[in-house]
Design a protein around this ligand. Structure first.
Ligand SMILES: [Zn+2]
Length: 264
């Protein structure tokens, strides 16, 4: 997921939906469906009280292997606007949308879109300001890490954009899709690489079993530095109930593990 592109797509789509509304519109007049919790949170931040938002794959759940329910099909059928991440993240969404017969406008959040302004009661510019401030803080704090404290291992390949944006290296025994099991050979190659080159820390993820990462820790002697939220927010009461909270949690976990070489 790319942060800003997703948000911009959200602004555009929500604008289109809201423009069509009378000034007396109620929350129930526009129904929006988001494919997973992180995207759902962003859309809610943008639309505020002006639309109802239904999220299909909830907190701590794995969107890659999700199987839609009858209720999901109904929500999609009744939606005015649908947001999906795209890039193959939701393997099930094309079928769900097609078979529901929905007339909703479908937006793929990872497509690059130029932002437009939303007027009315929502204030997405404040949300964008918060996101930009967090991005700047992340850049500053991660820039302080030495070169040999910038490689981490997660259970699956979920942090490519984060790595690219902030100059970190993420290694994983499983690719982008959690459905794939690592082959014994791939796992052995990764473990050899970690023994030879090291890594600053290993991380378990909220959506996948910790067993694989534990095995890598046992075989390499590299400590598990904490838990990262990868493809889903946490349950209510957890540390990552919004996109901003999730990002801050992940940043803190990375800094705790990478900023302190003696904690290995
Ligand atoms: Zn993933």
């Amino acid at each position: 997921m790319t942060l800003m592109k997703t948000l911009y797509a959200g602004l555009v789509s929500v604008s289109l939906a809201l423009i069509a509304l009378p000034a007396t519109a109620q929350k129930d007049d526009v129904q929006i469906v988001a494919s997973f919790s992180i995207l759902g949170d962003m859309v809610e931040e943008v639309v505020g009280e002006l639309a109802g938002v239904t999220t299909i794959v909830g907190p701590d759940a794995d969107a890659h292997i999700y199987q839609p329910s009858v209720a999901d099909a109904r929500a999609v059928a009744e939606a005015d606007v649908i947001f999906v991440n795209g890039l193959g993240f939701e393997t099930w969404s094309d079928t769900l949308i097609t078979e529901s017969g929905t007339e909703a406008v479908v937006h793929v959040a990872t497509e690059g879109i130029t932002p437009i302004e939303v007027d009315g009661e929502t204030d997405p510019q404040a949300y964008i300001t918060e996101l930009k401030a967090l991005d700047a803080e992340t850049r500053t704090r991660l820039a302080e890490l030495p070169a040999n404290r910038r490689t981490v291992v997660t259970a699956h390949d979920a942090f490519g954009y984060l790595a690219d944006a902030y100059g970190l290296t993420f290694l994983a025994p499983v690719g982008i899709d959690t459905e794939a099991e690592p082959s014994a050979r791939d796992l052995a190659v990764l473990i050899q690489q970690l023994k030879a080159e090291g890594a600053a820390a290993l991380f378990v993820e909220n959506i996948t079993s910790p067993a694989l990462v534990q095995q890598i820790s046992d075989e390499t002697g590299i400590a598990i530095g904490g838990r990262l939220f990868s493809d889903a927010l946490s349950e209510r009461g957890g540390p990552a109930t919004s996109y901003l909270a999730m990002f801050q949690h992940n940043l803190g976990a990375l800094l705790d593990a990478l900023g302190n070489p003696t904690a290995r």
